[in-house]
Design a protein around this ligand. Structure first.
Ligand SMILES: [Zn+2]
Length: 219
């Protein structure tokens, strides 16, 4: 995961929130967006979030476009658990719509380690194999809740995709995934490069590769 810093909500969404009738709760009013087919606002929200996340899924770091076909407005604290945060822009991120993981697997479960927390960059350990491991109880739980691929039995396709794309990204940066690298200075430079957006975008799984490379740094 990559830490997401929330900015200001899109104007159309703020306007919608302001129009909420007194007798309707926040969760109902969020659902009204979809019932009333306000795709203009739904789309503003997902594009705005995707841009804020440099076009990476908040959870798995695969590529998202912000388009409704494959990007969903996802509540980090689920609406069923925190109805009062349903219209809180700082609780809404862009997730991919991949079956069996991320938003689709989160549903209404509590998520103890989130992309809104600094520790989301340090408490997960990504491996060359494509697997991810939790370094804390809350990281392990979040991997389970989002089905982020701790082993092939749970999410083989994500593990394979992550392995393939991370390897490609390493090769593109002159690193051999199987060899490792002992030059800390060079590793830091590559990490910095990976985490610097180009034209508002990060490469898919760049935060994953940065995480792997950090574990190569000796000291
Ligand atoms: Zn995802």
């Amino acid at each position: 995961m990559r830490k997401i810093t929330k900015g200001i909500a899109p104007v159309s969404f703020m306007e919608w929130v302001r129009q909420k009738p007194r007798n309707v709760d926040d969760n109902q009013w969020f659902q009204e967006l979809y019932k009333q087919k306000r795709w203009d606002i739904v789309s503003d929200l997902s594009h705005h979030n995707a841009r804020e996340q440099f076009y990476l899924c908040a959870y798995c770091c695969s590529e998202i476009s912000g388009e409704g076909q494959e990007t969903v407005n996802e509540h980090v604290e689920a609406r069923a658990l925190a109805s009062h945060r349903s219209l809180d822009f700082t609780n809404i991120v862009a997730s991919c719509k991949t079956k069996g993981q991320c938003d689709a697997h989160h549903k209404s479960q509590a998520l103890p380690l989130t992309p809104l927390m600094d520790e989301c960059e340090t408490e997960f350990h990504f491996k060359i194999s494509g697997r991810v491991e939790g370094k804390s109880a809350r990281a392990i739980e979040s991997i389970r809740v989002l089905n982020l691929g701790d082993n092939e039995r749970n999410n083989k396709s994500l593990i394979e995709k992550r392995k393939q794309l991370s390897h490609n990204l390493m090769m593109a940066n002159g690193l051999d995934p199987d060899e490792g690298l002992e030059d800390d200075e060079l590793l830091l430079a590559v990490i910095d490069d990976l985490l610097t957006p180009t034209e508002g975008r990060l490469s898919p799984f760049a935060p994953v590769v940065a995480n792997i490379l950090r574990s190569w740094i000796s000291g």
